[in-house]
Design a protein around this ligand. Structure first.
Ligand code: NI
Length: 393
């Protein structure tokens, strides 16, 4: 590699040159949001840009994903950088000129910016390729919002021969220009459950001749509150939420069944197993108490997203050299991220990229989310510098 500062100024210059096009691409993607595993237009726009930059790539990976490859001029390890591409089923309320043209779909999690940021990284690294030691594999991943796209791409072999991985997410609670890094678990495990409490239906006037699933289900919801409060160590974060409860039709019939839907979120593997075991036990106990028949459908989602110290330290040092002292203290989030599937297999780090616009109080998945687009160029610089230095070792 040439002088480390020469690399830094080259990255800065290339990012500034690319920025107008990256913003234009982001706005194009924003106007045309696509939901999980439907990212056909998004993928072809990305493939078109990679072709324009002369970057070798493959489409149709993990259904609608795209993989680009940049071969460095010298031998070295293989680094993955991953961006997600999918939008959300939200009706956009921003009123922007480039607002979603599809009713009920919106890029409200900023994956449009992630895709354009990674295209920015691709352009920078392609031009610096002779100075890079190793290989950069760029993953444009579908279906993050349903926690399914990473697994689909892994199944298609995108982690074969990979030594480490970088992910990133925009964070509107951080002002643009700021970054954050969380040691250890940065995002939570998220598992889903569906519980069906079966009773025996009958007339509301004669409850003794029925088995009432609603009363039993109400006790179940209350008992589930004791998983966190009475069983899990208070120093281990855990959330149990019942988000839906469906039963009955009218005021004078005790129904046959009551269905509950919920999630459990945890930051550690041990507490994840402990919470699942408690849920199973409480469901079993319900039947002995209320004469019901309870069925639990446990749907494992993603593990916690664990940052590897070595990758985090290397990346943070590189970002500091590129952009100065730009890091704020970050805390783990109880939200889930399917990059966890990648981080569970190769040493990884997820960089939090500030996207908060001045004077706004935005949050993700909100129908009025308006990030500061300067996070695209800054994010591209940060990730490109981190990639070059992590590969150089
Ligand atoms: Ni997201």
């Amino acid at each position: 590699m040439g002088h480390i500062n020469d690399i830094g100024s080259a990255i800065g210059r290339l990012a500034r040159e690319a920025e107008p096009n990256l913003v234009e691409i982001r706005r194009d993607l924003h106007a045309h949001p696509e939901l999980a595993f439907e990212e056909h237009r998004t993928a072809s726009l990305i493939a078109r840009e990679l072709t324009r930059m002369g970057i070798e790539h493959q489409t149709g990976v993990g259904q609608t994903g795209v993989v680009g490859t940049i071969q460095g001029g010298r031998p070295g390890p293989t680094l993955v950088i991953r961006a997600d591409m999918d939008a959300l089923p939200i009706h956009e309320q921003t009123g922007l000129a480039y607002a979603s043209r599809t009713a009920g779909k919106m890029h409200a999690c900023g994956h449009d910016m992630h895709s354009s940021t990674l295209l920015g990284v691709a352009g920078i690294l392609a031009q610096l390729a002779p100075d890079i030691a190793g290989t950069v594999r760029l993953l444009f991943q579908p279906a993050e919002e349903i926690l399914g796209g990473a697994a689909a791409m892994i199944q298609d072999g995108v982690l074969d021969g990979v030594d480490m991985a970088l992910g990133f997410h925009n964070h509107p609670e951080l002002p643009v220009g700021r970054f954050a890094a969380v040691r250890g678990a940065t995002y939570a495990a998220c598992d889903r459950f569906r519980i069906t409490v079966r009773g025996i239906s009958g007339h509301a006037a004669y409850p003794h001749s029925t088995v009432d699933p609603i009363v039993a289900a109400c006790h179940l919801v209350a008992s589930l509150q004791t998983v966190v409060s009475r069983e899990i160590n208070p120093l281990d974060p855990c959330v149990v939420t019942v988000g839906a409860m469906h039963a009955g039709t009218v005021h004078n019939i005790i129904p046959d069944a009551c269905e509950l839907l919920g999630t459990i979120r945890t930051l550690g593997l041990a507490v994840r197993g402990q919470a699942e075991a408690a849920l199973r036990r409480i469901c079993t106990g319900l039947d002995a108490t209320f004469r019901t028949q309870t069925a639990l459908d446990w749907n494992p989602g993603v593990p916690p997203t664990l940052n590897a110290d070595r990758v985090l330290d290397g990346a943070v040092a590189a970002v500091r050299r590129q952009l100065g002292e730009v890091f704020d203290a970050g805390e783990p989030s109880m939200g889930a991220e399917d990059f966890a599937m990648i981080a569970a297999r190769v040493p990884s780090f997820v960089l939090r990229v500030g996207s908060g616009a001045a004077g706004r109080d935005d949050h993700l998945h909100n129908s009025s989310y308006q990030p500061d687009e300067a996070c695209i160029g800054l994010g591209a610089q940060a990730l490109a510098r981190a990639a070059v230095e992590l590969l150089a070792g």
